[in-house]
Design a binder for this molecule. Structure first.
Ligand SMILES: C[S@@+](CC[C@H](N)C(=O)[O-])C[C@H]1O[C@@H](n2cnc3c(N)ncnc32)[C@H](O)[C@@H]1O
Length: 204
């Protein structure tokens, strides 16, 4: 397998880039618009990082568990939850690609900017589906197809974004239906615009 990125090194300074914070807020806002979030829902945020999306969604949900393979990212999320007095969000270090699954079953699973770091998408999406309640939803945001210039360091980057047909096919092969994909924001970097999509789908 190609080398994975070490996100532990990035955790302490992750929130210092304003464009990252804005992107996460745009994605959290787009999820709130796309789905009827409920305080009766238990959610999971896959590849939560420092919890930028996790903590933005928490006030609209019953609970949200952030999971991330980077222990340092999860530590930041948990420290921020305490600082912000957020009692219904927490993080856990788990690597879904290695079959490490949380115990719960969720009404909603979100993810922001993580799928392009996953080499083999269908098994991962199938694992997410297995963690959903019957009829549970996913809301997955990532880069639309780009030319490889988005990341300065390509370590652990397995996809240069996704096109809609391709991502629809991946979701469908993993057992999702009711698939909807739209552009929700973009990242401006080195004077270039990189569109970001949000895919929503239902566990069949
Ligand atoms: C680009 S960061 C995005 C972080 C956050 N969602 C955000 O929008 O700020 C990707 C995150 O996915 C996590 N990740 C990558 N592969 C993973 C896996 N197999 N299981 C759990 N987390 C993973 C990384 O550790 C990293 O924190």
């Amino acid at each position: 397998m190609t080398e994975r990125r070490d996100f532990d090194c990035a955790a302490a300074e992750w929130d210092e880039k304003p464009r990252r914070v804005k992107l996460a807020q745009d994605i959290a806002d787009a999820i709130s618009v796309a789905l009827p979030l409920s305080r009766t829902w238990n959610a999971m945020d896959f590849g939560c990082g420092t919890g930028l999306v996790t903590l933005s969604l928490a006030p609209h949900l019953g609970s949200i568990l952030g999971i991330d393979s980077s222990g340092k990212m999860v530590e930041r999320l948990n420290a921020k939850a305490v600082e912000q007095g957020c009692t219904n969000a927490r993080g856990e270090r788990l690597d879904l690609e290695r079959g490490e699954l949380p115990d719960g079953r969720y009404h909603l699973i979100t993810s922001s900017m993580t799928m392009h770091h996953i080499p083999d998408i269908v098994p991962l999406l199938s694992a997410l589906r297995s963690l959903l309640q019957p009829g549970g939803r996913v809301a997955l945001a990532d880069l639309e197809t780009e030319d490889g210039s988005f990341h300065e360091d390509l370590t652990g980057v397995f996809h240069h974004g996704f096109n809609r047909e391709q991502f629809t096919d991946l979701l469908s092969r993993a057992g999702f239906s009711d698939i909807s994909i739209s552009t929700v924001t973009d990242v401006i970097k080195s004077e270039r615009s990189y569109p970001v999509f949000l895919a929503t789908a239902t566990a069949s």
